[in-house]
Unconditional design. Structure first.
Length: 122
């Protein structure tokens, strides 16, 4: 399942887990307190839930919030502020994006950050 999780989008993971726990779309929407149409949009990747809604989704599905947050493609306000204040970051991301081997380089970068991070960085 770890491979599926790492490859899945946020919406795909929510849908997968909702089905694993046996919740219908309508029942899930009711449990989370959102409209069924919003669930359809989230699972299709057309809309992203606010943090509060994502927390309720995690609770309803009995998954760690951090697992769902890791799949959220949006940039957090803190990261956006860091990028805006440090042009090297956005320049690096542009250069990385232009590389044909960017996925391999990104994996190497992720492994480097994870292996060098202490508990305070996690």
């Amino acid at each position: 399942m770890a491979t599926t999780m790492s490859m899945a989008s946020l919406g795909e993971r929510i849908k997968e887990r909702r089905r694993e726990v046996g919740l219908t779309l309508r029942g899930f929407a009711r449990s989370v307190g959102i409209a069924p149409a919003f669930v359809v949009d989230i699972e299709a990747g057309n809309r992203m839930p606010r943090h509060e809604v994502l927390a309720r989704i995690a609770d309803t599905l009995s998954v760690p919030l951090a697992e769902l947050q890791a799949l959220d493609p949006r940039i957090t306000p803190e990261v956006r502020e860091w990028m805006d204040g440090n042009p090297r970051v956005s320049g690096f991301l542009r250069r990385l994006h232009a590389r044909p081997d960017r996925d391999a380089l990104l994996l190497t970068l992720e492994q480097t950050v994870e292996s060098s991070s202490g508990p305070e960085a996690r």
